[in-house]
Ligand binder design. Structure first.
Ligand code: ATP
Ligand code: MG
Length: 274
């Protein structure tokens, strides 16, 4: 049975209220064993590998996945788990941190537009142009009359990308403040995670409601038929990975990918001895 990814689409024309979704929700039964769940992800990894192989061979479509979340929301982890097995030649992750001086001296879309997918590629934006209506808004880096106009720019930008052959999918990983606390604590406690800890994350945590409000408005204003936002319950990593994988697999399946025809007639060709 097909997994109903459409249940997680933020409907165009609706105002999103994140409080309506339980971040720890899953659509699996409690009785499902860990092995079933692991097996499901493995199957999805395999299927994504096949689809990406065809996408890369065909070089007809371009796919952009935009990933956004609160700090410690699981962007890095889901990229690692969902894209296990794909051919790295055709998949690229672009991470957007604080803009450099060079980037700030141009319009905010410039740094993102430069790295959109090429024919046959999947590109994951780990944070994205949305930071310019999220971080910029919450941190007060630009006045409201500047960032507010950006919803329209972003819709226009994404319309241009889709018109020109890019499939755009956007995913918000929805976690609870409790789960964020657990994950930040782990960054303090586990030596292999210490490098991820930034005390600035604790300051941002204090602005939880402001961040959530910024996400709600950004998602409501920019979820469209052609470039939809999916809001995924992401407290449970195993469930998050399955849903993100399902979205990628079904998005690629909808492209009806096929291998390209060989450039020359292959019949009768013999490879001679050396
Ligand atoms: P994690 O979620 O695991 O902590 P991360 O994505 O936060 O990883 P970091 O390098 O810790 O990675 O953070 C990147 C920072 O850059 C974030 O605080 C983000 O808000 C900030 N940032 C990204 N884009 C912009 C932007 N356009 N303007 C201002 N700040 C930005
Ligand atoms: Mg961070």
């Amino acid at each position: 049975m097909r997994f109903p990814i459409e249940n997680y689409i933020a409907k165009p024309g609706h105002i999103l209220d994140l409080a309506d979704m339980d971040p720890s929700a899953t659509s699996y039964q409690k009785g499902d064993s860990r092995d079933d769940v692991k097996g499901r992800l493995k199957d999805l990894n395999k299927r994504l590998e096949e689809l990406q192989h065809t996408l890369w061979a065909q070089k007809k479509h371009r796919v952009l996945l935009v990933l956004q979340a609160m700090d410690a929301g699981g962007k890095d982890g889901s990229i690692r788990k969902v894209f296990t097995g794909v051919n790295p030649a055709g998949v690229r992750v672009e991470s957007f941190g604080k803009p450099s001086k060079n980037e700030l001296s141009r319009d905010y879309l410039w740094r993102c537009h430069q790295v959109v997918p090429t024919d046959g590629e999947i590109v994951v934006f780990n944070r994205s142009h949305y930071e310019d209506v999220l971080a910029v808004r919450v941190l007060g880096l630009k006045p409201e009359d500047v960032w507010r106009k950006r919803y329209q720019h972003i819709n226009d930008f994404e319309r241009m990308l889709t018109d020109e052959g890019t499939t755009v999918v956007k995913i918000f990983l929805h976690i609870s403040p409790k789960e964020q606390k657990r994950r930040l604590q782990r960054r303090l406690d586990e030596p292999t995670k210490n490098w991820k800890f930034k005390s600035a994350d604790l300051e941002q945590r204090q602005l939880w409601h402001e961040h959530q409000e910024a996400f709600e408005e950004a998602i409501s204003q920019t979820t469209t038929e052609r470039a939809p936002w999916y809001v995924i319950p992401a407290d449970n990593k195993w469930y998050r990975d399955i849903v993100v994988s399902e979205i990628m697999v079904q998005t690629l399946e909808n492209l009806n990918l096929t291998y390209p025809e060989p450039e020359e007639a292959l019949e009768g060709i013999k490879i001679g001895k050396i």
